[in-house]
Every structure is written in structure tokens, then in C-alpha cells.
Design a protein around this ligand. Sequence first.
Ligand SMILES: [Zn+2]
Length: 276
Amino acid sequence: MAAPYRRNVIAGLVGLAACGFGAPAVWANQPVKKSIAKPTPLPKSKLVFLDPGHGGRDPGALGVRGTQEKVVVMAIARELQRDLQVGGRYRVLLTRASDSFVALRERVARAQAAKADLFLSLHADSHPDSDVRGASVYTLSEDASDREAAALAARENRADAVVSGVRLADQPDNVARTLVAMSQRGTVNDSRRLADTIVRTFGSSGVRLLPRTHRQAGFAVLTSPDIPAALVELGYLSNPQDEKLLTVRQHQIALARALRASVDAHFGAGIATRKA
Ligand SMILES: [Zn+2]
């Protein structure tokens, strides 16, 4: 389900819960408002949140030649930010703008507070076997998703939670649970579509891929209930060839281009679905 459609369904659900079912009698007594034609607003640019992994006291993975993950992912995030901002179709914010430590849940909270439309976490991997190389893309696993939904819908966690624009604290238990479940399920589906798009784009751009490229895990940065999110491992710093490539400017630019094309395809597909 595309996000805007999901939001409408959720808004409808809350509307029904809020007014009960005796509401039409009240509506009948409402004065009829004159409709005033408003100019159609310009389409809002999408807000893309980029999350360069690690930072500050946490260098992330270390390459055999001493390359630090936090440095290469920041370089690629900056390149992608520049790329996405060209043409004004996207606004782009970073979860960390400098070499600073930001906790994982805080990264998600920043994207939620800014009402991001998409969340992309950028990392580079490490493996005990130095032959292992290639990129991979992660989305939130089913188990982790169910755990998050249950935790968010739990009464004690609802105080400040807003899902699809609705404050959970104002809702009865059953509505809060339904809202979170619907939102989370739709978001996971959107995230998987996004991940498959990145895998395809990387493949056609000549980026070397790990077998079973799209994987699922319980990464904390992927737990937003209403922002499609993927975590991209751009290569292995434990592999000498990948380490070299990740520090080469041309390769960083190529990765950023492929990610920009994936973001374009993701939102392009969303627009096509809505028109259909
Ligand atoms: Zn990492």
C-alpha cells in the first residue's frame, strides 16, 4: 500500500472511532459551509533522511589499510545529498552533519520529528573472511517489526507517539493497535520495494553485489513505523579491493548516482500507483 493511500485509510479509521456511529444526526444540524475554491498547492518536495553510520567515538568497521567506516559513509552521504538536491525534487537532511556520535534510536527520532518520507542508512561491512566482498541491502525483519509494533502500541509507550499523523495517546487500545499494525505493515512493504529497487539499480550500475543481496535483520535504525527505510552496506572494508574502491572518489560518486536513481524510482513508482 502506498503511503498516502495508507494515511487516508488510517485517517478514516480514526474519524470513525472519534465520532462514534451516531454522528450523522449531529452532522445534519451543521450549517452548510460555502466552499471557496483554493488554488492547487504545488507538490511538496520529498524529505529524504540520510543516515551516515557511526561517528565520533564510534569509527565503525576498520579497513586493512586503516580506512574508517564513519569517514567513507559520510563522504558518500554528502555526495548523495548534493545529487538529490539538484533540481529541487528533494529536501535532504542527515542524521549527523559532522563526525559526532548519535545514538541509533535518536537517528530514527530525528527522522520522525522531521516527518521524513524516506530513510536511508549508509554503512560499510566487515567479515573475518577477507575474500567476502560486495554490497547488500537490509530491511527490518518480520520478527523485529512485530516486536516494535507491540512495543509502540503498548499503553506506557504511547504518550508522545504519533503514527501517520495521529497521536496514539488520544486513541482507545484497539484503535492504537490497529493503527500501528497497519502503518508498520505498509511501511515494511514499502521498505522491501525500496530495497529491491536499490539491488536492481546497483546491479545495472555495475556495483558488485553480495549473493542474496536483499536481507532482513532487526537493525534499530530501521524501526520507524511510518517511514520506509533501508540500510545499505556499500561493500566490505575487510576486503582489500572493496576498501580501496570505497575510498576512490569516482566509485563514491557512482554509488551515490545509483542510490539517487533508486530514490527516483521509488518515488516514481509511488506516483504511478496513485495515478492508477
Ligand atoms: Zn556500520
